[in-house]
Design a protein around this ligand. Sequence first.
Ligand code: SF4
Length: 373
Amino acid sequence: MHATKDRTPRVTPLDETTTRWSDWRWQLRHRCRNLRQLERFLELSPPERQALEQTREILPVAITPYYLSLMHPGDPQDPLRRTLVPVMGEFATLPGDSPDPLDEARDTVVPGVIRRHPDRVVLLATGVCATYCRYCTRSRLVGGGEKLTGHWDQAIAYIADHPEIRDVLISGGDPLLLSTSRLDGLLTRLRAIPHVELLRIGSRIPLVLPMRITRKLVDMLRKHHPLAVSLHAIHPRELTPLAQTALARLADAGIMLAGQTVLLAGINDSLPVLADLMRGLLRNRVRPYYLYQCDPIPGSGHFRVPVEQGLRLMAGLQGHMSGYAVPRFVIDAPGGGGKIPLASETVVGRDARGWLLKNHLGEIFCYPEAFVE
Ligand code: SF4
């Protein structure tokens, strides 16, 4: 039996002078994935240490040296750190939590294709991410070594057989982690389907691994217009010079950029932080699009912000910045009701179970209010 390969970085991840720092594959190979590796760079708090010691049966830990360098090594409350380093709250399940809160399994029409609307589908192209967000809605699917690439033929055949599908969101996992040639192959096959008009890629890569946005990648992407990238951004400190270069490359290539932010307790649930993030995105040609209420997956309770606070934050944003910088505040309705914008006319009421919300069809869904103080 072979010993597990030691992936501990040979140079400190915080040493940005290494020539390999800008090599995205080096960054991936040297991700910190366990307590032993993380404690070399962070002063771990007891809850972090305890959580890292427990077997991670659902969502692994992975942090690129680049993103680790943005974290405060001595502060467990550092917002960037809290998104990627687990704490014991991750092991708590609250009433209404579900591993598949959006009922994506029910809406899976063939393996890897989720269809909730007539004209668009989500194609889960990979199960791998550069970093694993502790509040991930798809934590049941990602990071388990499952590459989710074996079903592409069936998925593409399904989309080709349904002429009403105009828009394909390629998601996962993070599709920008696929090799350039493999992603090119997938986009080429989808682009060859005459009724597919818009291709979108959901990604966090420009902010957690910006060196992946190489000229070669961008030159490939620009062949597949109209193409959009939905950028998962959670904090203004993610908009570093490197990340700004990555976003500029994508924007210069004519790729539409839309921001998606999850509202997270202690991370971005204040008006100054949210406003900075939205303004920063807009400055980098990313249109803030959605602000999501955190989905009720088990272990996300400590991240959830009361809906009422979210509504107050939105009122603050609306009053104080360009409409272009103001996202829509939405709940992806538990039970598969789709994204429901939170505004007075969609909030029908509240009962002992949580908030009652009306979607565009007039259907009522319940969002459980449980969260950790
Ligand atoms: S990058 Fe997206 S899919 Fe990957 S862990 Fe984060 S939220 Fe989940």
